[in-house]
Design a protein around this ligand. Structure first.
Ligand code: FAD
Length: 386
């Protein structure tokens, strides 16, 4: 089976890349270890703050229109609180001249909207569920052997297979890993006070707590905290958890009730040595892991997919799509955005979780200064909405 591009990993980023490449005339295969999971009515405890830039990209891929608008919620304002009831940093879509700062969408529904769009797409061959057995990289091509005995030959293999990327390991691209010894605990709640499109974030001594709006008087919590407290939160009864989060959020949405149980995800900062190798490119979590406090992980991944698709589409008909100079163009275009996000999220995390009070106070001072400078706030918003 011969293709121009084989994408390993059909998560949000890999599936969006396959769709973004559908009109380039390239022959695309998408391989995933898992089969697509159908939507259920239950609320997904994993939600994403999709930036306006990512939303436009998903619309251009034909996936956004497949989402049920009744399951989306716009963030119109964001209130961020410094340590020890410190100063507040506010962002508003109105001040920034935008319809919204982000849209909250459920992970599972986004995934199935992408896979539904792929099912209607003749330019993309989806092969799932299947395991990858081996990857041989030669100067001329990449040869991927699958667990079911099939062999795929391609000019380019894209690793979109998440933080533990198998493709990255096969291409011998090293990583620099920093474990935060924290978990992000996620759960959904209903409240008795409407959120009015406001997202909240608190930098606390025990971590970073965020409450993101869901449709109706519902909200999704992401509490990034040290492993022992994360374990405690996931062990609590529904009533205990609701009471604890109502207290921690200062009752901004009144008395909370749990609608999906808590789940926890380990947090890591992961930098890769290179985004590309001969016949290989990395996108999404395979290329970077960041702390979720800025809600930017998947948005960074969508920007990878968008830029890689643009570079491949603009390559000129004669150029081999796995040409190393072309892949380096993709790498150069993405390096800065990724580095800035890793630096900013890691820096904020370190400042506000430091045992030295002075550092948290410095962080509070930075929030106070930022809040008084509308132009600076506009710049921060422009970066986050891209
Ligand atoms: C608690 C939490 C909250 C977050 N909140 C936000 C947020 O609000 N906004 C945001 O932008 N980001 C957020 N993120 C980050 C976001 O979850 C990730 O950046 C995003 O899911 C990465 O998508 P991906 O497609 O790159 O990888 P994945 O979602 O990991 O997908 C990888 C795919 O590859 C497949 N795969 C893996 N290995 C193989 C293999 N060997 N062969 C074949 N297939 C394989 C898997 O089955 C999977 O389908 C959050 C993260 C956490 C932990």
């Amino acid at each position: 089976m011969n293709f121009d591009v084989v994408i390993v990993g059909g998560g949000l980023v890999g599936a969006s890349l396959a769709l973004a490449l559908r009109e380039t005339g390239l022959r695309i295969a998408l391989v995933d270890a898992q089969a697509v999971r159908p939507d259920t009515d239950a609320w997904d405890s994993r939600v994403y703050a999709i930036s306006p830039g990512s939303r436009a990209f998903l619309a251009s891929c034909g996936a956004w229109a497949g989402l049920d608008v009744a399951r989306l919620a716009a963030i119109e304002e964001m209130h961020i609180f410094g340590a020890e009831d410190g100063p507040e940093l506010d962002f508003s879509a109105y001040d920034a001249g935008l319809p919204e700062l982000a849209v909250i969408a459920e992970s599972g529904r986004l995934q199935s909207a992408l896979w539904r769009a792929l099912a209607d797409e003749p330019a993309v061959t989806v092969i799932a569920p299947v395991k990858c057995a081996s990857l041989r990289l030669t100067p001329e091509e990449a040869v991927l052997e699958l667990g079911d005995g099939k062999t795929l030959c391609a000019s380019l293999v894209v690793g979109a297979d998440g933080g533990e990327s198998w493709v990255r390991a096969q291409a011998q691209i090293g990583v620099d890993l920093h474990v935060y010894h924290q978990r992000a605990v996620v759960a959904n709640f209903s409240g008795d006070i409407p959120h009015r499109g406001v997202a909240y974030q608190w930098f606390r001594g025990d971590g970073v707590l965020a409450l993101l709006p869901l449709p109706g008087a519902r909200a999704s919590m992401v509490w990034s905290c040290a492993n022992p407290w994360a374990a405690r939160l996931t062990e609590m009864s529904a009533a205990e958890l609701a009471h604890c989060v109502t207290e921690a959020t200062g009752g901004v949405m009144g008395e909370l009730e749990v609608i999906t149980p808590a789940a926890a995800f380990p947090l890591r900062l992961q930098r890769v040595e290179r985004l590309v190798a001969p016949r290989v490119a990395l996108v999404g979590d395979a290329a970077h892991l960041v702390h979720p406090l800025a809600g930017q992980g998947v948005n960074l991944g969508f920007r990878d997919a968008r830029v890689l698709a643009e570079v491949l589409a603009q390559r000129g008909l004669e150029t081999d799509c796995g040409d190393y100079a072309l892949l380096r163009r993709y790498e150069r275009a993405r390096r800065e955005d990724i580095a800035v996000m890793q630096w900013a999220t890691d820096g904020l995390q370190k400042v506000f979780s430091s045992p030295y009070r002075g550092l948290a106070q410095l962080g509070n001072l930075a929030l106070r200064i930022a809040n008084s400078q509308q132009q600076l706030k506009n710049l921060l918003v422009q970066h986050a909405v891209g």
